[in-house]
Ligand binder design. Sequence first.
Ligand code: HEC
Ligand code: HEC
Length: 234
Amino acid sequence: MLARVRATGMMSSPSSQRLQGLVSRAYRLPGGVLLCLLCLAAQGATLPTTLPAASMPEAAHVCAACHGALGAGNASGVPRIGGMSADYLAHALSAFKAGRRRSKTMQPIARTLSDADIDTLARYFAAQDPPLAPSPQPPSPDWVAAGKALAFRGGNKSTPACFECHGMNARDDDQRAPRITGEPAIYVVNRLHAFQARARLGTFKPGSMTEVASKLTDTEIRNVAAYLSVTPPD
Ligand code: HEC
Ligand code: HEC
């Protein structure tokens, strides 16, 4: 179902205007091209959603510009957040807000959120079940097959199976290790590279994601990202 998202009510508060500025800046490309989904929405463009836009909390409108109304994410590297556990989402937003997790895009946005906003947003996105974000080009079946083997059985250098820690079901709540199926491939690759960069900086806890990432080869990362991106959460 398609719902029209209107500008009215959406950009009324000063904080939404500030966020809209952030979104515009995040998507300003060299040469002055402005890829601002929020601006499209403001002009009456349609965003896919299975809910009437009115049932979305106001604080989620700005998120929808990048993550989609249901939190599906997109193939350019915005993560899928729909259907993740509310605990994990609140934890991630608080970490961006406090600067414990770095992101040029999410840190300034999270800093504008109150604890009540974080709670509302975490619950709203946790309750969604979006379809997989469409990918411009399906990944090679060989990559997907190799990635599946790694996810279930582990890989070289005694890399553990991803699903030893990551539940396949988004609603395995209260887990520190989030659901990773359905994440867009570029997001998985970026996150694994970020964990690897952290691993190179020094010591890490045994059994942490940083340690797991430090063992992965580029080919394994490519393959597992391909597999996860085409595998809907249970
Ligand atoms: C301008 C685009 C943009 C907007 C607007 C935006 N996000 Fe994000 N979000 C991103 C990107 C890109 C990442 C990946 C950041 C990273 O890890 O480097 C991300 C990451 C996240 C994550 C971490 C997901 C994970 O799997 O760990 C959460 C949670 C999140 N965003 C929630 C929100 C919420 C809630 C809002 C609205 C208040 C929002 N985002 C607005 C682009 C955006
Ligand atoms: C020993 C347990 C463990 C194993 C095995 C493991 N992970 Fe993780 N992973 C975690 C934890 C815990 C986190 C959360 C880290 C954080 O938030 O800082 C995480 C986070 C992630 C994230 C970021 C999720 C997000 O939404 O931002 C990705 C991607 C990921 N893991 C991929 C993988 C892949 C691919 C494998 C298999 C090759 C794997 N993990 C194996 C424990 C594990």
